[in-house]
Write a protein that binds this ligand. Structure first.
Ligand code: ADP
Length: 274
């Protein structure tokens, strides 16, 4: 679906979306977004926002124009990782995203709340409506990659993202616990049922490395290898628990993190998208 603006009316392609009664919505006429990747997880806390941020940073380091749409409305973590404190502004074209220190464009509900710790106590349809607004009314301009940080699970909001945004693919983040492995299959099955390609799995919190002897310990055992084998979906990366990384996220300077855990994953996403 690369290059799809979501506007079937003015499109000459016969991709099937028209006949299938597609619910895809067009983004703003001022936007030109080449590739759209949703980052999803079966459950919360596995590091989905961390992976979204790191993939965006990797793509930006390659020289691409990158944006992040934070669709995790009730648990927005993207602004914190990048140290974004300003509020979203608006002009006659629409809502203006914030720009990180290295030029990644970001929109998140936290840029609209009075204080970052204000809870979002909204019902599903209202939250889904805001995601739709982020897609349609944010002035992204020209982007090579838009990453969407989806809320965990298979509820209302991930469904909205899958239905209205012309995704090129999803990346599924998991941690190697049995429980998470079981739940991640739901996310994989959802993408399959919606005909959205799963580009790969990223296993986060895969191991810890002893700072003294360098030995690697698997804290939770395994899990993703079995899922990958069973589903045929490749593992794009295995990322350790890294205290330095956690510290830099907490300080809002993820762009300064020098670890290359997702370098290969970003290269594989780049190649799968050409
Ligand atoms: P999710 O989006 O899946 O809910 P987050 O990306 O917000 O999860 O991560 C949850 C917490 O775990 C955050 O504080 C984050 O900084 C930390 N974290 C995630 N992955 C790692 C990692 N590989 N090493 C250290 N801390 C991590």
């Amino acid at each position: 679906m690369s290059g799809c603006s979501g506007n079937c009316e003015s499109c000459s392609s016969n991709c099937g979306s028209k006949e299938n009664g597609s619910l895809i919505e067009p983004t703003g006429a001022f936007n030109n977004i080449k590739h759209i990747i949703a980052v999803v997880s079966g459950k919360g806390g596995v590091g989905k926002s961390m992976v979204t941020s790191m993939l965006a940073v990797q793509m930006s380091r390659k020289g691409y124009k990158v944006g992040i749409l934070d669709a995790d409305i009730t648990g927005p973590s993207i602004p914190k990782a990048f140290g974004i404190k300003e509020k979203a502004l608006q002009n006659e074209l629409g809502i203006l995203p914030a720009e990180t220190k290295t030029g990644i464009k970001v929109i998140s509900v936290n840029m609209m709340l009075e204080t970052p710790d204000s809870p979002v106590i909204w019902r599903g349809p209202v939250i889904a409506g805001l995601v739709k607004q982020f897609w349609q009314e944010v002035v992204w301009g020209d982007l090579d990659y838009l990453f969407i940080d989806c809320p965990p699970g298979t509820g209302d909001v991930p469904l909205t993202v899958f239905q209205i945004i012309p995704l090129d693919g999803t990346v599924v983040v998991t941690s190697p616990q049995d429980l998470v492995s079981m739940i991640v299959k739901k996310a994989l099955n959802m993408a399959n049922m919606m005909n959205i390609p799963v580009l790969g799995l990223i296993e986060n919190m895969s191991y810890v490395k002893c700072p003294d002897c360098g030995k690697e310990f698997s804290v939770f055992g395994g899990g993703s290898d079995a899922i990958s084998k069973e589903s045929g979906i490749p593992i794009l990366a295995k990322m350790p628990i890294d205290t330095e990384l956690a510290k830099q996220v907490d300080m809002g300077v993820i762009e300064l993190f020098e670890g290359d855990y997702l370098e290969e994953a970003a290269a594989r996403i780049e190649n799968s998208e050409k």
